[in-house]
Design a protein around this ligand. Structure first.
Ligand code: FAD
Length: 328
């Protein structure tokens, strides 16, 4: 009788090998950054992103970097390209849902003050992408410039508002933009008149692949009191209609111009629906709020639940306005 030869072969787990190879490249890239970037750069490994998003959920970024200048920013993008590692722009994190596994790659933030300048010139303002929208609206008011009041209550940066073509109260960001400055993946700067930039409802497709550096914004000279009165009335409307708990603003785009997503979700009876600590706001049904220690997975399950109900009961396909990034 021939004994049967039993070969025991260790199964090779490809995902473990891939993760190890990725970790090694990330370590090399981090060393590249330490060597090449100036001392004022904020540079971190495994940075938790939950504290950098308004929804307060999300795992860590492999590398988080705040370059202090455009030259340093170009170096970051070039080194990412050389190592084949993706980068993601982070503004103030007010339109982001980062998954619990975090982001494999580099998160680039323009939070350094050199990207937040607001320089007035007549009825125009040269504004850096890192500037807060509220600061921009208040500065326009101080200068007696109308047209930017709608930006006051949007808790983002100009960069995020340009990418999202953020809007409120019947206006959107590109209504007031004259020129857009951005940096491409090779670290080259482009300065474009707005007529050459494609924009859509809650999107500027060019900025999916490029980083906004800033914009020339134009206001209309107006008495400061009028600008103030308009801003105050917008602010009151927000306080009355929006929840105070952590959120990422409106979760879904309006499916039709005459069908706001919030009204649809309300009509579906989903206000107050809760999965873990993620809840459909009782105040505004298009806001999914974090009522405690929500995980991204809970918010995502709630999003899917709302989408399924809209599809089954009303035949409406809801698309998220919130950007969903990262890994489970
Ligand atoms: P982030 O959330 O950090 O990023 C959003 C997107 O922009 C991401 O894809 C990111 O990669 C990209 N991005 C960020 N910076 C850059 C850059 N420099 N270059 C290229 N891409 C970049 N939105 C509205 O439109 N109207 C509202 O009325 C409104 N109200 C809100 C109210 C609340 C309480 C909250 C929490 C959110 C609200 N939002 C609203 C959503 C959000 O504030 C806006 O979309 C805002 O413009 C996002 O800016 P941000 O800097 O936070 O961008």
């Amino acid at each position: 009788m021939n004994p049967t030869l039993q070969l025991s072969v260790e199964p090779v787990d490809e995902s473990v090998e891939r993760a190890a190879a990725h970790a090694e490249i990330i370590s090399d890239l981090f060393r590249d950054f330490v060597t090449a970037l100036p001392g004022e750069t904020v540079l971190r490994r495994d940075e938790p992103l939950s504290r950098r998003t308004t929804l307060r959920v999300g795992g860590p970024a492999d590398i988080y970097v705040e370059p202090p200048s455009e030259t340093a920013l170009a170096t970051v993008l070039e080194l990412c390209a050389l190592r084949g590692i993706p980068w993601f722009a982070l503004g103030r994190g007010s339109n982001l849902l980062i998954r619990d596994g975090g982001i494999r790659g580099v998160v680039v933030s323009l939070a350094h003050s050199s990207f937040s300048r607001i320089v007035p010139a007549g009825d125009r303002l040269e504004v850096g992408a890192g500037a807060r929208l509220k600061t921009l609206a208040v500065e326009a008011r101080r200068l007696g410039l109308a047209g930017l009041e709608f930006l006051e209550g949007i808790p983002g940066s100009l960069g995020g508002a340009l990418r999202m073509n953020a809007g409120a109260m019947g206006s959107w960001t590109f209504d007031v933009v004259e020129r857009l400055r951005c940096m491409n993946r090779r670290g080259e700067v482009l300065d474009l008149p707005v007529a050459e930039v494609e924009v859509a409802y809650r999107s500027c497709p060019l900025l999916r692949s490029q980083l906004a550096l800033g914009a020339t914004i134009r206001g209309r000279p107006s008495p400061t009191d009028e600008v103030r009165a308009c801003m105050d009335s917008y602010s009151r409307k927000r306080w009355e209609s929006q929840p105070s708990q952590p959120s990422a603003g409106c979760t879904f785009k309006n499916p039709l111009p005459n069908l706001p997503a919030g009204r649809l979700i309300d009509e579906l009876g989903l206000k107050g629906m809760r999965i873990g600590d993620a809840m459909v706001s009782e105040v505004h049904a298009n806001f999914l709020v974090n009522v405690g220690q929500a995980r991204a997975s809970e918010v995502l399950t709630l999003i899917e639940h709302v989408r399924n109900k809209a599809r089954q009961l009303r035949g409406v396909e809801l698309e998220t306005e919130v950007e969903i990034l990262g890994e489970d």
